[in-house]
Write a protein that binds this ligand. Structure first.
Ligand code: MGD
Ligand code: MGD
Ligand code: SF4
Ligand code: MO
Length: 761
């Protein structure tokens, strides 16, 4: 085994702590965004790049999946974190073959994720040969042959694992899924498994589609928006513009979160001159500081109180809608009788007054949107969290109406599109038949492995080849050491990547890095520009056309890499014209439209304004569901069985990272600067435990008597409920056991890890 530091260094970086901010964006956001752009790209490239970002005919922001408005602002249609995402991709720094010659993987594995990421863009295909500690350059054709040879040596196609991160285009993801199925497996773990899988599972079961029901326009018509388990100011910043518009029309915002995130307090819109100079807009009307993972208790309490009000004064629930369009309401009401209001209230940690205020807002309004993200999905009962939100919306008749509905806010810019065009470990008979009809082969009928089960299979030697279309699997997954051992146990690991990351440094016996074009870069074939397509969080498909000079002449586009991999594997044996599909994206789009509904005239429509994919929930049509109706669900309370000295820990993002890509070391809105190894704890509780600001602690988690340890965290007394802690992801991922995940969705429990604190100094 090679000598690799799987988790990286645990040193401190000289913390500075200030008061948390009470507003988001404004002038500091503009200044900081431009600072990042200048530092990574220089002036001329910054101007050229930002003028194309999210504009018609330009490229889609590689940040989050929040949709673009129809009318684009002349002050720029992007946010601080969109600029950081672009600066990171369009950086002038390069990771060349000389770089790899200079630094061994052992040496680089001792760098922080921040240092690794800041090394820059990879410029040439690289191979790490068995026993070696240095990557060396390899010709593209030889690299594809290495992959084909390893895949051919497997006893069974199910020994291959093919991961996808959500930045790939529809075209690349479709070809990848096609290749994997033709190869003979459904082992397609993807980043959704760690992300919104619980949303997909909960929504599919209750309303028949794993996507949200609202469009951006619905935000203009809503009376109440509940933002629960989401930090949009950092992770979907332009959502604040939508909330600002809602407020201007008199709409109300309820936020449910263990932390009072700055952006949800007040927003100064940098896209408008008044947002720069004036005081901004107060966003939240009602803040419910719920305890971690007590959202089901809160949603039950709300429904119970609303049911009482409905009996008392009528007109609270939409009985016609409930009668005609839903099933299971009586069971849900009956189950609520088991609980007293007081016991539910106590679990939430909220005051009765605040809950009553919330009840009034929900009772008196019908056009209600519920938005959520990882604060709901990454728990053992993640799927139930979603179902409890759906219960509330169904009781109010708020789904399928203007200004109301479900809004799971997606993470990666094309994670939803990848799923739509076939990246899934689940098997659907209908989908298999479509692939067979169009491509004349029989896709495998056996359910594939998702993220957590892929890791286990690699660890146990049941999977031997790992291929990743984007992402940083090692740092994104839980149980970092176990996942590292799993990757190192493989015969071959392959990363199709733009930038260097920790997964490249924790390799299989042989490892390949295949460098690819980023979203912002011109993608040409025979001198002609091509465009790709993506789907945003609200189901709209549109084109993205890269414009910048690629980071190196030796990059290949993602569809071409996938096509070449397939060609090398199948040779003349396949009826599919792989190379042609990799080159001609119009042809690939035509094939997508033959396999999936809703993509007719794909290329043409994508080039114009884009188009919305079919979504029956938008018209409140539930006729295709079993029984022809939407479903209420009984959602039991979560059981944590915490020991007296155990806390519930949530692992969250700072304002200065995109998942495992660390833009900088500040979490500006929370007032934490130049340090990522911190643990936020309730200020009174810290006193009771005699923990002071900047004390050093270790954190441990104990599951099935196995103790996992994360060393060196600085204590930050903070406004967080008692019994709860917050750390940053991925530093705390070592604490999350690989076998602790949500029921039904298998999403790791990244937001409710049981931990203890050990004081060091
Ligand atoms: N700049 C930037 N943008 C991003 C990303 C990024 O890393 N950086 N990541 C992208 C991706 S892939 C995703 S999935 C999204 C993630 O977007 P978010 O889900 O907003 O990201 P997290 O930081 O995980 O924050 C979750 C929020 O939920 C709260 N929370 C935690 N536990 C609970 C709970 O039990 N109940 C409630 N009610 N709230 C809880 C936390 O306090 C926090 O405010 O963002 C996307 N956009
Ligand atoms: N503890 C904890 N763990 C979590 C989470 C959490 O909240 N807490 N969140 C989870 C969530 S929501 C998600 S989505 C996952 C994220 O998991 P991933 O998607 O695997 O991780 P990223 O950090 O987004 O991947 C970054 C890498 O993608 C590559 N990349 C960037 N752009 C491109 C591109 O255009 N093409 C290609 N081919 N490669 C590109 C770069 O090499 C970069 O290093 O992490 C999960 N892990
Ligand atoms: S809100 Fe998301 S998609 Fe829009 S500019 Fe910001 S990071 Fe990019
Ligand atoms: Mo995500």
């Amino acid at each position: 085994m090679r000598d690799i530091n799987i988790v990286g260094p645990t040193d401190f970086t000289d913390i500075k702590i200030e008061e948390p901010q009470d507003y988001a964006a404004g002038l500091p956001a503009v200044k900081i965004a431009l600072g990042h752009a200048m530092k990574e790209m220089g002036i001329a490239k910054s101007i050229a790049t930002l003028s194309k970002l999210n504009q018609k005919g330009g490229f889609d922001c590689p940040g989050c999946a929040w949709p673009d408005p129809t009318h684009r602002s002349s002050l720029g249609e992007f946010c601080e974190n969109g600029v950081k995402a672009i600066a990171e991709e369009a950086t002038n720094k390069r990771v060349t073959p000389e770089f790899f010659k200079k630094y061994s993987i052992t040496e680089m594995s001792n760098w922080t994720d921040f240092q690794i990421g800041k090394s820059g863009r990879i410029t040439a295909p690289m191979i790490l040969r068995p026993g070696s500690h240095h990557y060396e350059p390899i010709e593209w054709s030889e690299a594809f042959q290495v992959i084909a040879d390893e895949l051919k040596q497997l006893d069974d196609p199910n020994q291959g694992v093919f991961y996808t991160s959500g930045r790939s285009s529809n075209e690349a993801a479709f070809l990848y899924g096609l290749f994997i199925r033709a190869f003979g497996t459904n082992n397609m773990p993807d980043c959704s498994n760690m992300c919104h899988e619980s949303s997909g599972a909960g929504l599919f079961e209750t309303i028949g589609i794993g996507k949200g029901s609202v469009t951006l326009d619905d935000f203009q018509d809503a009376e109440v928006v509940m933002v629960i388990g989401q930090n949009p100011g950092t992770n979907h910043p332009r959502m604040l513009s939508a909330l600002e518009k809602l407020k201007a029309k008199g709409g109300k915002v309820i936020t449910v979160n263990p932390l009072e995130e700055a952006a949800l307090v007040r927003f100064k819109n940098p896209q408008e001159p008044k947002g720069i100079i004036a005081n901004g807009t107060a966003i939240t009307d009602l803040f419910l500081q719920v305890r971690i993972n007590q959202d089901v208790a809160l949603l039950k309490l709300l429904l119970k109180k609303l049911a009482d009000l409905d009996v008392e004064r009528g007109g609270v629930f939409d009985h016609k809608f409930i009668e005609e369009k839903t099933q299971g309401f009586e069971e849900v009401l009956a189950e609520l009788d088991q609980y007293s209001e007081n016991e539910l209230l106590e679990l939430t940690g909220l005051s009765a007054e605040k809950v009553d205020e919330c009840v009034e807002l929900l009772a008196n309004n019908k056009r209600i949107i519920i938005c959520w993200a990882m604060g709901l999905t990454q728990h053992k009962n993640g799927v139930d969290n979603i179902k409890a939100c759906v219960n509330l919306l169904l009781a109010k008749g708020s789904i399928g109406i203007k200004g109301g509905g479900t809004c799971p806010v997606r993470g990666h810019s094309n994670v939803q599109g990848d799923r739509t065009v076939g990246i899934t470990h689940h098997v659907s008979k209908k989908l298999n038949e479509s692939f067979e009809r169009v491509f004349d082969f029989q896709p495998p009928a056996e359910e594939g492995l998702d993220v957590v089960h892929s890791i286990k299979a690699m660890h146990e030697g049941d999977a031997k080849v790992f291929v990743a279309l984007g992402g940083n699997f090692l740092s994104a997954a839980s149980d970092t050491i176990y996942t590292g051992e799993a990757l190192m146990n493989c015969n071959l690991t392959v990363s199709i990547s733009t930038k260097l990351n920790r997964t490249h440094l924790v390799p299989g016996k042989t490892s390949l890095i295949l460098p690819t074009l980023g979203r912002s870069e011109a993608d040409k074939t025979n001198g002609k520009e091509r465009f790709v397509t993506v789907e945003n969080s609200m189901g709209r498909v549109h084109q993205s056309q890269g414009r910048l000079q690629p980071a190196s002449d030796n990059l290949m586009s993602e569809p071409e890499i996938v096509a070449n991999m397939a060609e090398a594997y199948f040779g003349d044996e396949s009826k599919i014209q792989w190379l042609e599909l990799g080159i001609n994206y119009d042809l690939t789009r035509e094939k997508i439209s033959q396999v999936f509904n809703g993509f007719d005239n794909y290329s043409e429509r994508a080039k114009k304004a884009g188009f919305d994919l079919p979504n029956h929930t938008r018209t409140g049509d539930f006729s295709k569901l079993p029984g022809g109706k939407a479903k209420f669900s009984v959602t039991p309370l979560p059981a944590h069985d915490l020991d007296k000295d155990e806390f519930l820990l949530m692992t969250i993002r700072t304002h200065d990272q995109f998942n495992t890509t660390i833009y900088g070391l500040d979490d500006r809105y929370r007032g934490i600067f130049n340090e990522r190894r911190v643990v936020m704890i309730n200020a009174d509780e810290a006193k009771e435990l005699e923990l002071k600001k900047s004390d050093v602690v270790n954190l441990t988690s104990t599951y099935d008597r196995q103790v996992r340890r994360a060393e060196n965290f600085l204590v930050i007394p903070y406004n967080i409920p008692k019994g709860n802690l917050a750390c940053y992801f991925p530093e705390a991922n070592v604490l999350i056991p690989h076998d602790q995940f949500a029921d039904k969705s298998n999403t790791p429990i990244s937001k409710s890890v049981k931990v203890r604190i050990e004081k060091v100094s």
